[in-house]
Write a protein that binds this ligand. Structure first.
Ligand code: HEC
Length: 120
């Protein structure tokens, strides 16, 4: 129950399953992508999901890798607010392919990654 109260999911389809098996499997799939083919955990690693490195992810200036705990509650995202939603984070304005292995992510994968990010 405790973990279910911390899940804030984006799409209405997912919301209708809030806290249910469908939501959990979407989050689990996003988590697998995050630490697998999407390459997010190359930088967002460890208990706070940051390796504390300072790096340029295609934004023109190096910034410290932010922790991602509670990230869903602090839009807009990145230092310049290039994303108003977590899904927008994958757009070129937020680094695109310089920010994670975005080329390996299909359009169908983004809702899963967003569900995982919102669960943090
Ligand atoms: C090369 C290191 C690196 C990788 C790989 C990486 N990130 Fe990041 N991430 C960063 C840095 C650095 C920032 C801050 C950039 C800024 O603010 O300009 C950031 C910011 C973010 C933010 C915004 C956080 C906030 O508080 O505004 C999100 C969300 C995010 N990353 C998700 C991801 C996801 C999802 C992936 C995988 C597709 C990923 N990152 C891959 C380094 C990385």
């Amino acid at each position: 129950m405790q973990s279910e109260t911390r899940v804030f999911l984006g799409s209405s389809a997912i919301k209708s399953h809030w806290g249910g098996a469908a939501a959990r499997s979407v989050v689990a799939r996003g988590k697998k992508l995050f630490s697998g083919e999407a390459g997010c955990s190359d930088c967002h690693s460890g208990p706070d999901l940051t390796n504390n490195a300072t790096i340029d992810v295609g934004k023109g200036a190096p910034t410290q890798v932010p922790a991602l705990l509670g990230v869903g509650a602090r839009a807009p995202f990145l230092h310049d607010g290039c994303a108003t939603t977590l899904a927008d984070r994958f757009a070129p304005a937020c680094g695109g392919a310089f920010h994670g292995n975005v080329a390996a992510i299909g359009a169908n994968d983004i809702p899963d990654l967003v569900a995982y990010l919102e669960s943090l």
